[in-house]
Design a protein around this ligand. Structure first.
Ligand code: NAD
Length: 490
């Protein structure tokens, strides 16, 4: 169902799509529409109508609704976490983490209702006041991926809303129910009709219609770099603001002086958490030669012990891929890695034992003897595949890390403060972890990447307000006469 102008409805004539559990394709969660352009138009019109009143509503009042939505999600956390796991496959502990991120985001965004600070600054002229305000941009189209199906809609929508924008959300077609559950929390929290609208559907039909709609001021997109580029082109043509959070090919460096137990634990969590399907997942491991063999031996031993299974099953550490297409894509990359001459240490196959045959599982896969220019080391695979490269030391490690089209997250394990800080300075990425894995962002810090991982914007943190607001600059002259800037005081 879609949520438009405060009402849930099914668009007339829309094709019916099915949401299935990726751990068991027989498990159907529900159906949803592939919304046509006319339905997108209805949602945009509802958001446009609601905009003037929502913009005028005091920000602390807007924040109260956001806070209530966070409380509703907190009360429902167990059920929502289980829904995330059932619809997108990640282990329950991660499904619950997804919901927690949305709750945290509600707390952060609601707090902004009493801040949204502007600036005051002296004028160059006497008896004159200069100040700035953040103003909402208008109706925002939000397009989100499936891998954080409640957290990412929350990242986008809650900041957009506290700033006074109205929104049309199009969640990923793999996780429509999670998108709807997030919107329901806002509905129950008392969001006025038309302020939040939900249109379900595929990227090709509903997503495209949203991006090209002339009634939107902005598109905030999270997804693959390839799709993001098309979205940005279309926004450029129609003069919309656009924020892109795209792919990654994140690397972890292990220097010889690192705590190897921590470094390996971090690499396994970074590479195989969410079955490697995080934009910040570790897919490249860059290891100093003095410890390379030791790292491989321990990594292999521990990777083999990881428990693959449905996310709702107790003890599961690695869940399925999101769908058959993505599973096939990852298997193709594994075949490519072998062809390129990398050494497959473990995994590399679809897991089909017993009930696993009903889902899209791939065994945690390790490649050693990888060289930096191999495609498996350059391209985003988005699956449980970790490629290991050997380097002589810190400077080569940073060079290899930077020699990649993406720049989202990164990590270095070392006990040496000089090495750590040199890496922090030289790594080309939006996020650098020292002695932590490449995953684990917190909502009160800016999130985003450089190079092909984005287009220069950040989400979350205070920086997350920037895309959703325009600055209004105000000059108040109380001198009682004409004062001419740049002329009267020169
Ligand atoms: P995707 O690009 O296939 O889809 C993302 C969203 O875009 C979906 O809602 C989809 O329906 C929509 N879409 C697809 N084609 C469209 C079009 N032509 N016009 C408008 N919308 C369209 O990505 P995905 O498979 O859902 O997610 C995985 C990708 O997302 C990975 O590349 C991952 O790195 C990236 N990602 C990035 C971040 C980040 O913050 N940087 C976070 C999570 C995921």
């Amino acid at each position: 169902m879609n949520f438009i102008g405060g009402k849930w409805s099914w668009p007339a004539g829309a094709a019916k799509l099915t949401s299935r559990n990726p751990a068991d394709s027989r498990d159907v969660l529900g159906v949803f529409p592939d919304s046509p352009a006319g339905e997108v138009d209805r949602a945009v019109q509802a958001a446009r109508q609601a905009f003037p009143a929502w913009k005028r509503c005091p920000a602390p009042e807007r924040a109260k609704i956001i806070r209530r939505a966070g409380e509703i999600m907190a009360r429902r956390k167990a059920a929502l976490g289980a829904l995330v796991t059932r619809e997108c496959g990640k282990p329950l502990i991660e499904g619950l983490g997804d919901v927690q991120e949305a709750i945290d985001m509600a707390e952060l965004a609601a707090g902004e209702g009493r801040r949204l600070y502007g600036q005051t600054t002296p004028s160059e002229l006497p008896n004159k006041l200069c100040l700035t305000f953040r103003e909402p941009v208008g109706v925002c189209g939000l397009i989100t991926p499936w891998n954080f199906p409640i957290a990412i809609p929350a990242w986008k929508a809650l900041h957009a809303l506290v700033c006074g924008n109205t929104v049309v959300l199009k969640p990923a077609e793999d996780t429509p129910l999670c998108g709807a559950a997030f919107v329901k929390a806002l509905e129950e929290a008392g969001i006025p009709a038309g302020v939040v609208n939900l249109v379900q559907g595929t990227g090709e039909r509903t997503g495209r219609a949203l991006v090209s709609h002339p009634g939107l001021a902005l598109i905030s997109f999270t997804g693959s770099t390839e799709t993001g580029r098309g979205v940005a082109e279309s926004c450029g043509r129609s003069g919309k603001r656009v924020s892109l959070e795209c792919g990654g090919k994140n690397a972890q460096i292990i220097l010889a002086d690192a705590r190897l137990d921590l470094a390996i634990e971090g690499a396994l969590w970074g590479a195989f958490g969410t079955a490697g399907q995080r934009c910040t997942a570790t897919s490249r491991l860059i290891v100093e030669e003095a410890v390379y063999e030791r790292v491989l031996t321990r990594l292999l031993r521990q990777a083999r012990r990881l428990r693959l299974g449905p996310g709702l099953k107790k003890g599961t550490q690695v869940g399925p891929l999101i769908n058959e297409r993505q599973m096939t894509r990852v298997l193709d990359y594994i075949a490519l890695g072998k062809k390129e001459g990398a050494r497959l240490l473990c995994g590399g196959r679809r897991a089909q034992r017993g009930p696993l045959a009903r889902g899209w599982f791939i065994e945690p896969t390790l490649f050693a003897h990888v060289t930096p220019r191999m495609r498996i080391f350059q391209e985003e695979i988005f699956g449980p595949v970790l490629s290991v490269v050997k380097v002589a030391g810190l400077s080569e490690a940073v060079r290899v890390l930077n020699d990649c089209p993406y720049g989202l997250s990164s990590s270095i394990y070392t006990q040496d403060v000089n090495s750590a800080l040199a890496a922090v300075r030289d790594i080309e990425a939006g996020i650098v972890y020292v002695n932590g894995p490449t995953i684990g962002a917190e909502v009160h810090l800016p999130f985003g990447g450089v190079k092909q991982s984005g287009n220069g914007h950040r989400e979350a943190g205070k920086a997350g307000l920037d895309i959703f607001t325009e600055w209004k600059t105000v000059y108040v002259d109380y001198s009682g006469k004409l004062q001419r800037a740049q002329i009267d005081n020169s």
